[in-house]
Design a protein around this ligand. Sequence first.
Ligand code: SF4
Length: 92
Amino acid sequence: MSDRARRHPRNVAGQYYVDTSCVQCRLCQDLAPGHFMQPPEEGSFVHRQPATEKEREICDMMLEYCPMGAIGNDGVVTSPPPPSPQIRTREV
Ligand code: SF4
């Protein structure tokens, strides 16, 4: 089971993380490269938190698939940033 106290230092802030028990099997990076990254000689970490329900489902799936149970969900849901204000241009 993942341990939030042993989070990989390169995880981005947010709900999902990888801890230092990762054995670098690359499964999460291969199946969900939009969220997990594993540089050579280094354990995986979350490089982008999910922003949609579908992306959360993908991260939850990786949490289940990880053979070491190294992927965690600390339950702290972070809202995606608000959309940028639309800039209206005048037609000429
Ligand atoms: S699936 Fe688990 S053990 Fe494999 S690279 Fe990802 S975090 Fe590490």
